[in-house]
Design a protein around this ligand. Structure first.
Ligand SMILES: NC(=O)c1ccc[n+]([C@@H]2O[C@H](COP(=O)([O-])OP(=O)(O)OC[C@H]3O[C@@H](n4cnc5c(N)ncnc54)[C@H](OP(=O)(O)O)[C@@H]3O)[C@@H](O)[C@H]2O)c1
Length: 245
């Protein structure tokens, strides 16, 4: 039985992941900003078999409360085996281009809040000398595209932070997993037209649990995004800057 903390637990991908851990009879601690939704999710997870489900409501951009939240999760679960950080916002690229305060909102939600959480968690996992820190980043962080470079930059910063943290924690036996989904059909992408490359949150959740079980460092989900991003990263800049993507 594992002790699992899910931060950003109201996300569609996080909810599906939590269901898989509930099915394994794990103990869960779920965090999000909407207490009523957390309560409904907790009830569902208990029905699905979770050994216990506790919840903590906070806006994750309020970094002054991170220490207390992690302290509460750590003592409620008596240590954490797996933490998944899932929250994020897409932001509006066109608004960000005209108004930095919108870009700052994206950077705060996607990067600064995660960096604060990871700083606190890393120090605890380093002492515990075991466990998994898994964070949802994005393929969008692999190369800046003109259509969403603010979101992409926030995810690139997150992925780079995790690369370094992985190096720091490997000698402590702590897994640091960067999860890079491609297009996923969730509330975040409800306005987008869906096509062949789109995945369902259930499939991404299965990939997350498998990557944690296999002690992976980086997981592109579904796997074919590794090859798509390999090609995209290698397009010469002279050509890339002219593409309408
Ligand atoms: N969907 C995709 O195509 C895709 C692709 C690559 C990566 N991702 C990443 O996957 C992760 C999960 O997203 P999703 O696709 O599952 O979309 P989602 O269902 O819209 O989940 C996003 C979650 O982030 C939460 N959140 C945002 N800001 C928050 C804050 N300040 N405090 C607390 N919670 C906050 C939202 O809470 P509320 O419900 O309260 O607003 C929501 O639960 C995100 O990091 C996203 O960037 C998604």
């Amino acid at each position: 039985m594992s002790k699992v903390c899910i931060i950003g637990a109201t996300s569609a991908i996080a909810q599906e992941t939590a269901k898989l851990y509930a099915g394994r009879k794990d103990s869960l601690f779920i965090v999000g900003r909407d207490d009523a939704r957390l309560t409904a999710i907790a009830e569902d997870l208990k029905i699905r078999g979770a050994a216990s489900v506790n919840q903590y409501a906070l806006d994750l951009t309020d970094i002054s409360r991170h220490e207390d939240m992690i302290d509460t999760a750590w003592s409620t679960l008596s240590g954490i085996d797996i933490v998944l950080i899932a929250h994020g916002v897409l932001g509006q690229q066109d608004v960000c281009e005209k108004d930095y305060s919108e870009a700052a909102r994206v950077f705060d939600a996607n990067f600064a809040s995660a960096a604060s959480l990871l700083t606190i968690l890393a120090n605890r996992f380093e002492v515990q000398k075991s466990g998994t820190i898994a964070v949802i980043s994005s393929v969008a962080g692999d190369r800046g595209r003109k259509s969403n470079y603010i979101y992409g930059a926030s995810k690139a910063a997150k992925s780079t932070f995790l690369d370094g943290l992985r190096g720091r924690l490997q000698k402590s036996g702590v897994q640091v997993l960067t999860i890079k989904p491609g297009f996923v059909d969730t509330p975040m992408t409800k306005e987008f037209k869906k096509g062949l490359l789109w995945a369902k949150p259930e499939g991404i959740a299965g990939g997350i649990v498998k990557a944690i079980d296999k002690k992976k460092d980086i997981a592109y989900l579904p796997f074919f995004w590794y090859w798509i991003m390999f090609i995209i990263r290698h397009i010469p800049e002279k050509i890339f800057k002219k593409l309408s993507i």
